[in-house]
Design a protein. Sequence first.
Length: 120
Amino acid sequence: MRILADENFPKPAVEMLRADGHDVHWARTHCAGWKDARLLEFAEAEFRILLTLDKDFWQIAVQRRVPLEHSGVVWFRVHPSITGNLTPLVRAFVEAKRDWAGHISIVAAEGIQMLAARRG
C-alpha cells in the first residue's frame, strides 16, 4: 500500500508499516513543515493514503473543491496515542484490506467507519 503518514504519526508505527512491505512516506522526514492542505494534495497526486491522528484532515478533505479520488484520509482515533494503543489499530487498518481511496475513514477500537469523499 502507498501511504503518507502525517508528522504526528509515531515513528514505531511508520517503521512497522515499512517492515510489513508498505511504501510509506513520513511527513516528518519527507515534507516537514507542510500545511495539512498541501499534505493532502501531495497524497492525492501520489496516490497515497494519508494516515493521521489529527481530525482536522476530515474537514480539509470534505471541503476540497474536487473530491478525493486517488487518496484517502484515515484518522486513527486513539487516546492516548501511544504505540501500545495505536499498534492494534494500525494492524486492523492493514488487515481490513479495504479500498481506502476516495474515502474519509476512522479507525478506532470500536471498529472502522468509512465515508465516501466523492460527491453525487
